[in-house]
Design a protein around this ligand. Structure first.
Ligand code: FAD
Length: 546
């Protein structure tokens, strides 16, 4: 036993990851499967540099920035009306490191890996701005006129934080976030441009330079058919504010370094992105789907960080004369965390391949349908898993796990809960998938795509195939009518996909534990003679021996 009771904690601190890319070898393995050696080599230096920047710059900065969250200054020192949002200087320090990685405009796989690494620091006040900017870039590239592209894209692509512009996306209104078709904010034509009026209720990145928002053109039909998608610059060309007032910033459970406001627009000048009656397709199909994909990478990244914290703590913490990592229930808890985080990353990289194909214009109709289903199903499943995983991490640290400055886990936990609801709540995403499966008659295609990810074989691969065979008629019953059981079924479908991807990536032990826990009906670890060995296979290498 150490003479100094803090010695083991000091050893733990000294051993914590200083580079999140190097600390996650399975990320490189999965990327290599999808990009090949050469593809990985091309992006690896950037990922490694960013893995270090997140650990050494973003993480400490976000902690400071959360202690002094953004505030709204409604008057300048001379008493003139102002809408300035003030941040702790550490916020910009983190932002410079994030922006310099080129994350907002990177190609899909690189963007995915960078976001995953960034989320090791939680939302960090910068993940949401990156995601909104990435969505706006895609919307402008796909649906913006050449004039809009020329004027608004270059500052979004700028990798210098002090010169770049950032995007925001405002859909939610007081009467509802899920039901975008109920939007009341109005757009009135004014020559070539539009005048936007009304109130948006959840406006993250309230400090952004370019707001993408949904609004209904005056006289347009009710529901989503009447929704337009508009770009509202923060400032007019002469530098004055563009017809909006931030009523207040919200005091939030999580993502506390991020400025989320309530904003009222009164005749703000807006530019239509695409046709004004095509806005819902752009806002949901391009912008929100980018956010939902990247949200899942955020969930996977913060799960990984929770695992790294919990596993390293367990190696150094002793209780009753033993390292806690040597207690079977601790190892089991860590093994479950590890498998959950690997599974979330696996299905999300499968989704990334579809995003990559869509961005490159090589996706066919079936790819697009599969993407539409998976992006919603995967966001729902991974964000729920993230909260559970961080919760397990807090358990591993005991009472210390609840202390704000002892580890990032309380912050990650709060952020994970926000990740669950923004970009679509669980029920709403599941309802969307159910509707799409019926409308697009896509169930057989989806089942075929999940099966396609599954390598041939006995054992775990066969167990996944059997689980899918049993799930298919249950899904058909839900499609025939009734959503009561669909959420559970959809989660199983994502689990089956994750198992297939883990097997295909050669992550045999993680796949085996995942299959047993989620896909083998009636599985009882007590009746499994190999269970303890399997747990050790999953976490043994990370925990070493006592
Ligand atoms: C920190 C934070 C930042 C945010 N930033 C932004 C932002 O920048 N821009 C933006 O546009 N929005 C933002 N949001 C809003 C977010 O997108 C909404 O909260 C979300 O879409 C849900 O909308 P709501 O809160 O109005 O919930 P509601 O739509 O009122 O839903 C309440 C509950 O009812 C359930 N429900 C609703 N419809 C159904 C149904 N048909 N079947 C079953 N259950 C249903 C939901 O699942 C949910 O559990 C932010 C939210 C948070 C927490």
């Amino acid at each position: 036993m150490d003479a100094d009771p803090r010695a083991e904690l000091e050893r733990w601190h000294a051993a914590r990851a200083a580079n999140f890319y190097d600390a996650t070898p399975n990320l490189a393995r999965s990327l290599r499967v999808r990009l090949g050696d050469e593809g990985l080599r091309a992006i690896e230096p950037g990922l490694r540099a960013f893995g270090e920047a997140v650990a050494t710059v973003v993480e400490p900065s976000v902690r400071a920035a959360e202690l002094r969250p953004p505030s709204l200054e409604t008057a300048d020192p001379l008493g003139r009306e102002s809408q300035r949002i003030a941040f702790d200087p550490e916020y910009a320090r983190a932002g410079r490191a994030v922006c310099a990685s080129g994350i907002a405009a990177a190609p899909a796989f690189e963007q995915a890996a960078l976001l995953y690494l960034l989320a090791h620091a939680g939302e960090a006040g910068h993940a949401c701005p990156v995601v909104c900017t990435a969505g706006l870039i895609r919307a402008l590239r796909r649906d913006g006129s050449p004039e809009l592209q020329e004027r608004f894209l270059p500052p979004l692509l700028e990798p210098d934080y002090d010169r770049c512009q950032r995007g925001a996306q405002f859909l939610t209104e007081v009467q509802g976030g899920s039901d975008v078709g109920a939007n009341r904010v109005e757009a009135v034509p004014d020559g070539e441009v539009w005048r936007i009026s009304g109130e948006k209720w959840f406006c993250s990145v309230a400090d952004a330079d370019q707001f993408l928002l949904t609004a209904r053109a005056r006289g347009a039909p009710a529901g989503t058919r009447g929704i337009g998608c508009f770009l509202v610059p923060r400032r007019l060309p002469d530098g004055t504010a563009n017809g909006f007032r931030i009523r207040r910033l919200k005091d939030k459970l999580g993502t506390r370094a991020l400025a989320t406001g309530e904003i009222e627009f009164t005749g703000a000048l807006g530019h239509a992105i695409g046709a004004p009656d095509d806005g819902f397709r752009i806002a949901a199909g391009v912008v929100l789907n980018t956010s939902r994909w990247l949200n899942a990478l955020g969930s996977a990244g913060l799960m990984r960080r929770a695992y790294l914290e919990a596993a390293s703590f367990s190696r150094f913490r002793t209780a009753f004369g033993h390292r806690i990592a040597d207690y079977a229930p601790v190892r089991e808890n860590l093994a479950v965390m590890r498998v959950e985080e690997q599974a979330a990353l696996a299905s999300t990289l499968e989704l990334t391949a579809l995003v990559d194909a869509i961005d490159a214009g090589t996706a066919d109709r079936e790819d697009r349908v599969w993407h539409r289903i998976l992006v919603n199903a995967n966001k729902f499943s991974t964000s729920l898993a993230a909260t559970r995983c961080v919760h397990r991490g807090i358990e591993a640290l005991g009472g210390n796990g609840t202390i704000e400055d002892f580890s990032p886990l309380p912050r990650l936990y709060r952020d994970a809960i926000v990740f669950e609801s923004w970009e679509g709540t669980h029920n709403v995403l599941c309802e969307q998938v159910l509707r799409d499966l019926v409308r697009l008659d896509a169930l057989e295609l989806v089942l075929e795509r999940v099966r396609r990810c599954l390598p041939a074989g006995d054992g775990d691969a066969a167990a996944v195939a059997e689980a899918l065979d049993k799930l298919a008629p249950r899904l058909r019953r839900s499609l025939a009518g009734g959503s009561l059981h669909f959420r559970r079924q959809l989660d199983l479908l994502v689990r089956a996909l994750q198992a297939g991807c883990l097997l295909a990536d050669g992550e045999a032990a993680a796949a085996a534990l995942h299959v047993r826990r989620h896909l083998v009906s009636g599985y009882d670890p007590e009746g499994d003679a190999d269970y303890a060995e399997l747990v050790d296979e999953v976490v043994g290498a990370d925990l070493g021996s006592g």
